[in-house]
Design a protein around this ligand. Structure first.
Ligand code: URA
Length: 166
């Protein structure tokens, strides 16, 4: 059984909202998204992007840690109205999806994650910038390199060199 619902961490009016999949063990223990190993990598990326604490927010598709850490699409459907409400209230100027499930959920027409990651999808409102899930980077060195390259591309996008600055 989950210990805590894991809802949000970040500023009250963030320009950027990161959307992950589901809380893990550490997130469940603390009730805060992305505070475990994946969270450390995400925090490093946020430092690279030079985002101030008020500039960003972090949410998940699922608000509760799934049993055995297994992603359940039915739970995602149940949680979906909460995610939609979060995005409606926060009104970010950019959504950064973390992993295929977050991308697919918010942009069903997106190509595969490996094709989509690292480039903004500006036909969405707000635009979506897909990244790999940080946990993927622990599985293969190539994915770590891809993560790092995509974070640089996100930084360039935010600074206006790949498109309209947010
Ligand atoms: N992975 C996620 O997708 N979300 C978290 O909060 C932690 C790890």
């Amino acid at each position: 059984m989950r210990r805590h619902a894991v809802v949000y961490r970040g500023g009250t009016a963030p320009a950027i909202v990161f959307v992950g999949e589901a809380p893990g063990r550490e997130e469940d223990a603390q009730g805060i998204p992305f505070v475990g190993r994946s969270g450390h990598l995400l925090d490093e990326a946020i430092a690279t992007l030079r985002l101030a604490p008020d500039d960003f927010g972090i949410v998940n598709l699922l608000k509760c840690r799934p049993p055995d850490n297994r992603f359940d699409p039915r739970a995602a459907a149940t949680c979906r109205p909460f995610l939609d409400r979060q995005l409606a209230l926060l009104r970010p100027r950019l959504v950064v999806t973390l992993g295929a499930r977050a991308l697919r959920s918010l942009d069903p027409e997106a190509p595969s994650l490996l094709r989509a990651a690292g480039a903004p999808r500006t036909d969405r409102a707000p635009p979506i910038f897909p990244l790999l899930h940080p946990a993927a980077t622990f599985r293969a060195r190539a994915w770590r390199q891809r993560w790092e390259a995509d974070v640089v591309r996100l930084e360039q996008y935010l600074r206006g060199s790949l498109g309209k600055p947010i």
